[in-house]
Design a protein around this ligand. Sequence first.
Ligand code: SAH
Length: 344
Amino acid sequence: MSEVDIRSLYPEELTQIIREMGGKDFQGKQLFRWLHQKQVLDHQEMTDLSKDLRRQLSGGYPLWPLYPVDTQVSALDGTRKFLFTLADGQMVESVWMRYRHGDSVCISSQAGCRMGCAFCASTIGGLVRGLSAGEMLEQVYAVGRAMGRPVSHVVVMGTGEPLDNYSELVRFIRIISHGQGMHMSQRNITVSTCGIVPRIYELAEEKLQITLALSLHGATDSKRQALMPIAKKYSLAEVMGACDYYFESTGRRITYEYSLVGGVNDTDEDAAQLARLLRGRNCHLNLIPVNPVRGRSFRQSDKKVVVKFKNKLEKYGINVTIRREMGRDIDGACGQLRRRHMGD
Ligand code: SAH
């Protein structure tokens, strides 16, 4: 049995496998369609492949469907948080959200995280492993199955640092947007990063049409460093330079994310510094009132402070929104449901 999840493979790689099994080249494409367009979970349903091929495929490449082991539904807005078990017993969270523009799924890119951001629940137990592209895709497919409705948008903003799992992330994006697969528009995909500078340059060269979201959380090196260890490795100037390059080479506007932490980065001075940093850049700023995490002492900024912060940025001409808090009542910040079940 192969360790490879065939859902992580491109059509031409599937063709190679089919060829080795004695099948015809065009059957690689057929297999890709069964996996990603029809999203079957049983090889026996792949009726245009011969019985012999189906037998070899199910023997060598089992499909691991994700079934939710826990689900939480928000009474406020219908947001649903799913906890899935992977083939090796690891657990990941995915979140389904309904917006005016369609249904969106927030997926995890790693089991755990090694970035160590101070206010984030996902990093507390460290990194276990990166997810395969197939495991990222199956989160989207499984949520779609559970909801019985098509998913139109994906945000890679769950547990993990997507650019720390770079090659599987790129596979995920190319496969989910493939014409013979789910065919999701790349413009409907957002990838959020804490700012791994060399990977941002590399991603720019992939010429994808996705939106890149950069977790800023501070407008000076020292403010950022207080919340995000990665800021000690790459300066703010380097991160902003990489984001400018990404915008210039893809034409896609960067979204900057700024989690407001009460008394830490929400003062008037912080707003002014942030405005100076972003002024003149064609970008979007998303303010996120920090979600309290068990065992960490950060608190949300007062509602009034959040609105004042936003108004100040608007006055400077920054294109800014406050993120609507979806699923406030279901275990707060990402990573907390997983933490509870993994027993940390
Ligand atoms: N590793 C990626 C994806 C992380 S989650 C990244 O760093 O961007 C997506 C966003 O949620 C990030 O901006 C992250 O910093 C933020 N976040 C994490 N925990 C949070 C919390 N408790 N409250 C508010 N935002 C949080």
